[in-house]
Design a protein around this ligand. Structure first.
Ligand SMILES: Cc1ncc(COP(=O)(O)O)c(C=O)c1O
Length: 439
């Protein structure tokens, strides 16, 4: 057994610390299992009471190579002892990071630039699209999530990050993102050309744009929106639509990158060639690093001094970038994601078949969503089940988080190192929790 839960949660130490936490820090984050993490190794998290859990969160799709991978720990310790920060001048760490990253991305890209968070790279991608074209409108998608800063939240299509934070940035045109599970407009099974959808998109842009559309930003699947995967071929058709309109195409792979979907980059599933790709989360596996990668043509719009960051490209964060890429290759994590993802999806579907409330299991590789509904026929969302389910999973030794436009989706995103044994133990925990649900 990998897991061990010694009593009701929170355990006594966790309880003391959780109470203390909210004396000092605002209680504004989302709902999580009542557990204070102490340390973690690979897929196993140990809390301050010594309880052990299997992690299906990977932070939030961050620790793809497993928690505290010994090679990452070693390189960070070495880097920290040498140089913690510098500014706008290269270090060997930063140069090696950029080289390794550019060798890993598809060949049509020209250069990268390092920043710190996903929100920052969204902002930078939007700025690049506007700067390169001299235009100011951006097309984005309902249900999308690109970050919590002002422009990235404005591009996003979820109300949460921008509640009372408006009016949001002008110049954003938001379109429908096709969702095969909820498709009242019939956009998803309309043939390989998606004619109905693209007629709608033409109409939307024609009636909303002032003629200043610079580009679009889209996620290969909508993570925060509820792990919504568009129908196969839609992204490729969208790319063609962008080319026909003469606008730039940004793919937000902040969470989809590095094997998460069973390919090194999600763009590989349909051979997409975006002008810009935004990368975050697993490129640092917990160290704060993100990157915007673009064609030379896109970067040519910036002159010296136009892009910079206090912490972006710092030696400690940069030190892990090539090491993570090595680990992914050496441990065959992309292949493991495809294999274990298929295995877990089949088992999860079997749980759904037995459950009254698990309406949809969807995903690619090791990123899946479990959508809970009150009734499988009406598909009415059942967000009221989610907190209880998170707690029940934790009581069974499994850590999960929730997402979704309706707050009714559980995330399945373990480290890509997960083995059959760990998967089986965690699936049993999930099955027990799901089958105990009632409304
Ligand atoms: C697709 C996507 N883009 C951007 C972001 C924002 O990243 P960050 O929280 O690092 O700013 C996220 C975070 O969840 C994300 O999932």
């Amino acid at each position: 057994m990998y897991t061990q839960v010694n009593g009701p949660l929170p355990g006594p130490q966790s309880k003391v610390l959780l109470d203390q936490w909210h004396n000092y820090e605002a209680d504004v984050t989302g709902y999580q299992a009542k557990v204070v993490w102490d340390h973690a190794e690979d897929c196993i998290v140990t809390d301050v009471d010594g309880n052990k859990f299997i992690d299906w969160t990977s932070g939030v799709l961050v620790t793809s190579v497993g928690h505290c991978h010994p090679r990452m720990v070693k390189v960070v310790q070495e880097a920290v002892a040498k140089l913690i920060n510098n500014y706008e001048s290269p270090t060997e760490y930063r140069i090696k990071a950029a080289k390794a990253l550019m060798e890993a991305v598809p060949k049509h890209f020209g250069k990268c630039f390092f920043l710190t968070t996903g929100s920052e790279v969204t902002e930078t991608a939007m700025r690049l699209m506007k700067r390169r074209t001299g235009k100011f409108e951006i097309l984005s998608f309902q249900g999308g999530f690109h970050g919590r800063t002002f422009a990235s939240a404005s591009a996003g299509g979820l109300p949460g990050p921008k509640r009372s934070y408006g009016p949001t940035m002008p110049g954003i045109i938001r379109a429908h993102y096709p969702n095969p599970y909820r498709d009242p407009l019939g956009f998803c099974d309309d043939g390989p050309e998606f004619k109905k959808y693209f007629d709608y998109l033409d109409w939307l842009v024609t009636t909303n744009s002032t003629g200043s559309l610079a580009g679009l930003i889209v996620e290969p699947y909508q993570g925060s929106g509820g792990f919504v995967f568009p129908p196969a071929g839609w992204l490729k058709r969208l790319e063609r639509w962008a080319r026909e309109r003469g606008i730039l195409f940004t793919l937000d792979e902040v969470q989809a990158l590095y094997g998460r979907t069973g390919k090194m980059f999600a763009m590989e599933h349909e051979g997409l060639k975006p002008d810009i790709v935004t990368l975050g989360k697993a490129i640092g596996c917990g160290m704060p690093v993100s990157a915007v990668v673009a064609t030379d043509d896109v970067f040519s719009c910036l002159s010296k001094g136009e892009l910079s960051s206090t912490l972006g490209g710092n030696p400690v964060s940069s030190s892990v970038v090539p090491v993570i890429l090595d680990i992914i290759k050496e441990q065959h994590l992309v292949e493991n994601s495809a294999k274990m993802g298929a295995y877990m999806k089949e088992k999860l579907q079997a749980i759904a078949d037995k459950s009254k409330y698990l309406g949809c299991v969807r995903g690619k590789g090791l990123v899946m969503g479990l959508e809970f509904v009150k009734d499988k026929a009406t598909k009415e969302p059942a967000p009221e089940l989610i907190h209880g389910l998170i707690d029940a999973c934790a009581a069974n030794g499994l850590l999960v988080g929730s997402v979704g436009a309706f707050g009714n989706v559980i995330r399945v995103a373990p480290p890509l190192t997960i083995t059959r044994e760990i998967a089986d133990e965690s699936l049993a925990a999930m099955e027990k929790a799901v089958l105990s649900l009632s409304l």
